[in-house]
Structure formats: structure tokens, C-alpha cells
Ligand binder design. Sequence first.
Ligand SMILES: Nc1ncnc2c1ncn2[C@@H]1O[C@H](COP(=O)(O)OP(=O)(O)OP(=O)(O)O)[C@@H](O)[C@H]1O
Ligand SMILES: [Mg+2]
Length: 216
Amino acid sequence: QVALLDIDICGPSIPKIMGLEGEQVHQSGSGWSPVYVEENLGVMSVGFLLSSPDDAVIWRGPKKNGLIKQFLRDVDWGEVDYLIVDTPPGTSDEHLSIVQYLSATHIDGAVIVTTPQEISLQDVRKEINFCHKVKLPIIGVVENMSGFVCPKCKKESQIFPPTTGGAEKMCQNLNVSLLGKVPLDPQIGRSCDRGQSFLSEAPDSPATLSYRNIIQ
Ligand SMILES: Nc1ncnc2c1ncn2[C@@H]1O[C@H](COP(=O)(O)OP(=O)(O)OP(=O)(O)O)[C@@H](O)[C@H]1O
Ligand SMILES: [Mg+2]
């Protein structure tokens, strides 16, 4: 039983990626009900509370923190084995709140996603630092958009060159584990936009194999 909680309040993309755009949360006696993708996968996002996907949520920190608290306290998640929280980029209100509100539950840890170029690694080093500061364990780092194989000529190129050694070097330097690398694949973008599972649509692709290795 998996709960997926989107705390990217200003840019909630989980409803679209999970194929749940246009869904609304239902209020029941025991609180808000998550929206279910399958029987064992419930989702909650501010996206379900907006009247249009283009609506902007223009809130300062305290209001965001209030909603995150409501998502944890007032949603009838039922019995769950895993709670997966998708955060926005950065080290701001959302990150501080979730770590604080879940502190008593002993969070397993953070999975941090980067791309190979230095500009992205620079931000991710700050996020790793944040985790250390708030004593949040780091499960590992994923390098996304790592290489691209041209579907026409089959030649591999680095769209985002790992100018300073990529996630691999950073992980060595900072002593965190690299969970794996996922290549760029236009089909991932297509599946996300259609709200379909890339893993079932392209089960034999190199990117699916990477995702599966990372999960294991
Ligand atoms: N490896 C990939 N190959 C091709 N497209 C990708 C890949 N990874 C992500 N994308 C595309 O980029 C979109 C955004 O990815 P994702 O939601 O993981 O980014 P994010 O870092 O969470 O962004 P945000 O900062 O908006 O939260 C995906 O919906 C997909 O269209
Ligand atoms: Mg995101």
C-alpha cells in the first residue's frame, strides 16, 4: 500500500504525471480521501484542489506549511506501507515543514535527483547539506538525463555534459551513494504528458532497466 504525497505546492505536476488531471479530492467523515490510481496507490496533491491546472497558487511559507500539515493530518490515508513525498526543488518551507512534521516517524531518507552538469550539481550539493543539517538520512542520488542515444544514428551523446565528473564524482566526494543513472528518452516525456506509466509502455528500454535497478 503506497501513498504518494505531492508537496510541490506551487508547481504540482504529480496529478498530470499520474494520469489524474481533473480529479478532485472527496471529503468523507474521516477526512479528505486520496485519489487512487490503483487500489494500492493513493495520491494527494494541491493540484486536486484547484479549479484549473493553470491556476497559480501564490502563497507565502506559513500557508504552504498549513496545507502540508493538513495533508499529513486530515487525509484518510488508511494503512500504508510506504509514504513517498515529492518535494519541489530547493531547501525551503516545504522541505523544512515535511522534515519537522514527520520527525517523530523516523523518515527512511531522501532520494535526491540531479542532472550531470555542474550547475545542477551545485544546487544538489546544497540539498545534501540541508539533509545533513536537519539529520535526514540520504538514501542516495539519481543522475537523470544522463546521456542520450540518438534513435536514428544510435550514437550516444551527452546533452548535459558532466563537466565536473557528474553525480558519480560528487557522490564520491561527499560520501553518498549513487543509486543509478537514467538516460534522456523522449518517450519518458510523452508518457508523463499522457499520464501513462513509462515502465509499462516501454518495458524493455534502457531507461526502464535503469529505473528498475534504482528501485532494487
Ligand atoms: N530522463 C528523461 N528523459 C526525458 N524526459 C524526461 C526525463 N526525466 C524527466 N523528463 C521530462 O521532464 C519532466 C519533468 O520531470 P520531473 O517532474 O522529474 O522534474 P522535476 O525536477 O520534479 O521538476 P520540477 O522542478 O518542475 O519539480 C517530465 O515530466 C518529463 O517530461
Ligand atoms: Mg517536481
